[in-house]
Design a protein around this ligand. Structure first.
Ligand SMILES: NC(=O)c1ccc[n+]([C@@H]2O[C@H](COP(=O)([O-])OP(=O)(O)OC[C@H]3O[C@@H](n4cnc5c(N)ncnc54)[C@H](O)[C@@H]3O)[C@@H](O)[C@H]2O)c1
Length: 258
């Protein structure tokens, strides 16, 4: 394949779950700019001023996802890429977010179940919905988003006293690489590739003290900028990664290297 073509996503139909979130929006804008047809799924209201296709749905509900995928196929005719990006990330200043930093002995079971449901069950449900389509096409890509905290344990020393990174978040993310491996193995010889993309922390207005502690833990001595994963998304979604399946691309400023 010509080198100009290998990164092309022109007219490729890409679904992003959690598409109204910080990184979902970032991927959506980038992929649209290079000519992909992007479709966002999110439980939140549609972000303002976005012309990108949007479905307000709960990805943990199998029937909602199935109905939506039917609509997508009717309109777009195919699905080339699914980015399983939705997860329960702490939203600052909400009750849920403060609960997500609870000590593990008292971690709220309801919250644990919700995090597993969004981060893992949603991942399975969305994959289940697109697999028959991708198999029929004999081509497709599924990218599952992981975190450094799915590779190593959270370093609770970087959080404020008495706050601990969600044990549910770490557990969910820890399962993602093996979800990808298992799905890739199941989909052998179908033309459907499945990979994990593992990210380090993105600066989003965090407190100075936290940024310093986080940065000290990385080799590059800083948090990520939100646009620093776009290249990896394009690589994994396109034919540039055509010989890659069942594996994990880790981009974390060196957090897990030492
Ligand atoms: N931001 C970071 O520093 C960072 C670091 C490592 C990994 N990640 C991972 O990247 C992904 C995106 O992170 P982000 O920072 O953009 O998070 P975010 O919270 O901004 O976005 C997540 C989106 O998922 C949506 N969502 C939650 N429950 C849903 C449901 N049931 N159905 C449909 N949508 C639902 C939310 O409404 C939100 O818009 C997550 O998987 C996260 O774990 C983020």
């Amino acid at each position: 394949m010509k080198i100009e073509k290998i990164f092309s996503l022109k007219n490729q139909v890409v679904i992003i779950t959690g598409g109204a979130g910080m990184l979902g929006q970032e991927y959506a804008n980038t992929l649209s700019v290079i000519g992909a047809k992007v479709i966002l799924l999110d439980i939140k209201n549609k972000p303002v001023n976005k012309k990108i296709a949007y479905f307000k749905i709960n990805i943990t509900k199998k029937d909602e996802v199935a109905k939506t995928v039917k609509k997508i196929i009717k309109k777009f005719k195919r699905i080339d890429v699914l980015i399983n990006n939705a997860a329960l990330n702490p939203v600052p200043n909400t009750k849920e977010s403060s609960q997500q930093f609870s000590c593990y002995e008292n971690y709220p079971i309801k919250l644990w179940e919700k995090e597993i449901s969004v981060g893992l069950t949603g991942m399975l449900i969305c994959s289940q919905a697109v697999i028959p389509i991708m198999k029929k096409q004999k081509k497709g890509v599924i990218i599952n988003i992981c975190s450094t905290y799915g590779i190593v344990a959270p370093d609770n020393r970087i959080y404020d006293k008495g706050k601990y990174k969600s044990i549910a978040y770490a557990t969910v993310k820890g399962a993602v690489p093996n979800f990808s491996r298992s799905l890739s193995s199941y989909l052998r010889n179908t033309g459907v590739r499945v990979n994990t993309l593992t990210l380090g922390g993105v600066f989003a207005g965090h407190k100075k003290d936290f940024v310093k502690k986080y940065s000290d833990r990385t080799i590059l001595n800083r948090m990520a900028k939100k646009d620093e994963y776009n290249g990896a998304i394009i690589f994994l979604a396109s034919d540039a990664s055509s010989y890659m399946t069942g594996t994990n691309l880790i981009i974390d400023g060196g957090w897990t290297a030492w």
